[in-house]
Design a protein around this ligand. Sequence first.
Ligand SMILES: Cc1cc2nc3c(=O)[nH]c(=O)nc-3n(C[C@H](O)[C@H](O)[C@H](O)COP(=O)(O)OP(=O)(O)OC[C@H]3O[C@@H](n4cnc5c(N)ncnc54)[C@H](O)[C@@H]3O)c2cc1C
Length: 567
Amino acid sequence: MSADINAPSEVDLLIAGAGPAGLTAALVASLEGLDVLLCEKSDQVGGTGATSAGTLWIPGNSQSRAAGFDDSAEQADRYLDALIGETTNRDLRTAFLASGPKVIDYLSARTDVQFLPCGKHPDYRSNMPGAAISGRAIVSAPFDGRLLGADFTRIRPPVPEFMVFGGMMVGKLDIPRLIGRFHSISNFIYSAKLFARYLVDRLTYQRGTRIMMGNALIGRLFYSLRKRKVPMLFGARIADIIGDARGVSGARVSIGAKEIVVTARKGVVLATGGYAHNKRLRDAFMPQPVPAHSMSCEDNLGDGIELGERLGAATAPAQSTSGLWTPASVVPRPDGSKGLFPHLVLDRAKPGLLAVNSAGRRFVNEAASYHDFALAMFESHQTTPTIPAWLICDAGFLRKYGLGVIYPGHPNPGKFVDSGYVTRAQTLDELAGRIGVDSVQLRKTVERHNKFAETGIDVDFAKGETELNRFNGDPGHAPNPCIGLLSKAPFYALAVWPADIAVSTGLATDVDARVLGGDGKAIPGLYACGNDMASVMGGSYPGPGTTLGPAIVFAYRAVMHAKGAPL
Ligand SMILES: Cc1cc2nc3c(=O)[nH]c(=O)nc-3n(C[C@H](O)[C@H](O)[C@H](O)COP(=O)(O)OP(=O)(O)OC[C@H]3O[C@@H](n4cnc5c(N)ncnc54)[C@H](O)[C@@H]3O)c2cc1C
């Protein structure tokens, strides 16, 4: 797709990057009456946001309150104090908590960006003071991609592992109905309707147009921008910022072999998605050994951070886990390429699964949040090889709960053994031998864990003892919804690696998302949001939606400041 170079050469606000942060900044700028130009390096909108689960952590949001889930910013503040520490990013956190519900209501009232309450969706350290079990997470309402017509192809698709039949998105609520399609008439009709819609879609589109999660969020932001006719350049990379630490006045934009200069009267907003695919910055910021896998959009090369650094901007936090992590399995695809499947919520917390390191020992509560699970991998790896770690289960578990891309009840798990995705063996000894894990210890670990399954008490890692654990476990399993026997051959092992789903080290900013120089003073006219901005959570992961919530809130705050109406 070629870029349209009939761009304005002078605007109020120039925005780099069309992920959730940049799209929100452009939409708010347009609503606030500013001349805005959005430049996107690739041919599509969405960035990593389009492949995300699309959940936003917005304490005290009105959507949840209207649905009967009470929560308050004060409680969330208590929780963040306990999790992050009372002093880290205090001002930014206060600004985030104060603006969050207002920004969501603003978008909901004035645009097609609409949100639904997630209801029960526990915070990730649900046993800490101030943590909530429900009411803080919201998600984009599903979106009908047909409304975009030909522009539907501009939305970056989800990763293939998140679609069925080569292009149909399914939401969390669809999964049990599709799997149980032959168990009830209503499930059958529901599934048949989804499939029929998908078949009709495929006559016109390259994939299904019933989109959800992060893809729906992007669809809704993009549709709202198109309706307002906001100028957007595709294939347009912000290559340089014009200015210095005393202020910026615009940017040079590379479009193919051409370069244009755009003057920005009120500022430039960096929303280029962070540094996930920038080797220099990965080496500088990430844990050692630097993780080989990233789930971030491949165009996120750290442009925003490097552009800021050239102007003397500071990066933060100094002491950070530098990323938000998930364990991910590597999926061999039929075309020879490899995908990554994030083990977020579907399998790890279910009863009958263990995670072990190369010594055959458990190193973590398997039902911990994906971020905490990966942090435990880093820690265990310091003394015992734990990258990759191994998820171990038996045939009954696989049939009932699935494992990674192998969905529950899959008729042919052997196909995943043949492709090398998963390892299978008739005994635990044989399994351990195949994956290079200490076999004597693995047997002991399984025997010990099987005893926990009988008592329901995991004396080693307390699996199943938090609301979060139990939420992702199997409520129908007793005495502990997260601990089950691992006993019937064949046994399976799946390697998982830590992969970043977002980065948390970025450009230091103030509460209005103004980028700060090394001297702590704001660089006039330069803003950063999304993963270009240092995480307001200081690298911690409080709950579902930890990056998208702040991305949208600080995009809004940046624009209001640039407009001259700071909050
Ligand atoms: C599987 C998965 C699930 C996730 N689920 C959630 C979730 O439920 N909730 C949550 O909060 N977070 C989630 N995340 C993380 C979330 O998607 C990211 O944190 C978020 O998308 C970051 O938004 P962004 O706008 O900063 O960057 P991105 O969404 O990555 O967008 C950046 C855009 O900038 C463009 N760009 C790059 N360089 C330039 C340049 N020089 N000029 C112009 N354009 C440029 C890129 O092409 C891209 O389009 C998930 C991530 C993954 C991988």
